[in-house]
Design a protein around this ligand. Structure first.
Ligand code: CA
Length: 306
């Protein structure tokens, strides 16, 4: 049995109030690493463990029917919360609903595990393992990407490229570094993009951002590049003048493009870009009329002067 003394009840409300508020106003959006965001989202679990403790302190849960009533209430509340979140521009998350149930389930196990049918425990246990596996995989990928400085992407290690693997084919023919390059096909659309979301984040202490690109066609190809930091998404509101933008025309063959970091840092109109928190590098073509493939390789930071 898990007793909650009356004097401790009020203390349970202290973390509950800001936690409930964050459900609607969102958590701190300053995380540059997906694993931190993932961990934050797992806070649902702690919140509903707390809610269950509070419930139990006022309405003791002592039987299977009472446990079901509690889990049913958590499910209902979760569905309402997720539906309300859709109304404020956030998405409905089935995983968050499961997390809420898992949080309640863990506390119920401590109160009296015989109240929970094995099949319910098995289902929620599997969901918990799935969630923890997701956290581990996200953290491992963050570590892979952040630890291969000064390489941002060189297409040599498929496991490290997993985050953006859907956007390119690994190639061995047109390569400028190592054994592999990434063939990106820009298909007809308003903006055809190749996006490195959550790449190496700390660009401090380098002279240039550099990459190799091969144009296999016989014609000039116009390619644009944009780079932004975390603040661009929070305070900058994705405004054009608040990020680094550049365009170039690629003649047939290989090119090594080198962009001084200072140009990137000074690109936002009203501030310096935060070089410790780069969150996106994106190449794009505006309304290509036919599929256009380019080969990218050796995307990196360098300390050399161009
Ligand atoms: Ca390579």
């Amino acid at each position: 049995m898990l007793p909650v003394l009356k004097t401790q009840r009020l203390l349970l409300f202290v973390p509950l109030i800001p936690a409930v508020a964050f459900l609607f106003i969102g958590g701190p959006s300053g995380f540059e690493l997906p694993a931190m965001r993932y961990l934050w989202n797992m806070g649902h679990l702690a919140l509903f463990a707390l809610v269950t403790l509070l419930w139990h302190s006022y309405i003791p849960v002592r039987s299977r029917s009472q446990a079901f009533r509690l889990l049913g209430s958590v499910l209902l509340i979760s569905l309402i919360i997720e539906t309300l979140q859709m109304g404020i521009g956030r998405s409905f998350s089935l995983l968050d609903v499961l997390r809420n149930l898992i949080g309640a389930w863990i506390v119920l196990l401590f109160i009296n595990r015989s109240m929970i049918p094995v099949v319910v425990s098995a289902a929620l246990g599997v969901a918990l393992v799935f969630d923890l596996t997701g956290l581990f995989r996200t953290g491992w990928l963050d570590w892979k990407i952040q630890s291969r400085t000064p390489v941002i992407e060189n297409f040599e290690e498929p496991s490290a490229s997993h985050r953006w693997k859907d956007q390119f084919e690994t190639e061995t023919e047109n390569v400028s570094e190592g054994q592999f390059s990434g063939a990106v096909t820009f298909r007809p659309s308003r903006f055809a993009t190749f996006k490195l979301r959550y790449p190496l984040k700390n660009w401090q202490g380098y002279h240039s951002f550099s990459y190799d690109v091969f144009n296999p066609s016989d014609e000039l190809v116009k390619l644009s590049l944009r780079i932004h930091d975390r603040a661009h998404e929070r305070e900058g509101n994705f405004q054009f003048q608040d990020r680094f933008n550049t365009s170039l025309e690629l003649s047939p063959g290989w090119h090594t493009i080198q962009i001084p970091i200072q140009d990137i840092a000074s690109a936002p109109a009203d501030r310096r870009m935060d070089l410790s928190a780069i969150v996106e590098v994106q190449w794009f073509m505006v309304a290509p009329t036919a599929p256009q493939t380019l080969y990218f390789d050796n995307i990196r930071l360098t300390k050399d002067e161009p």
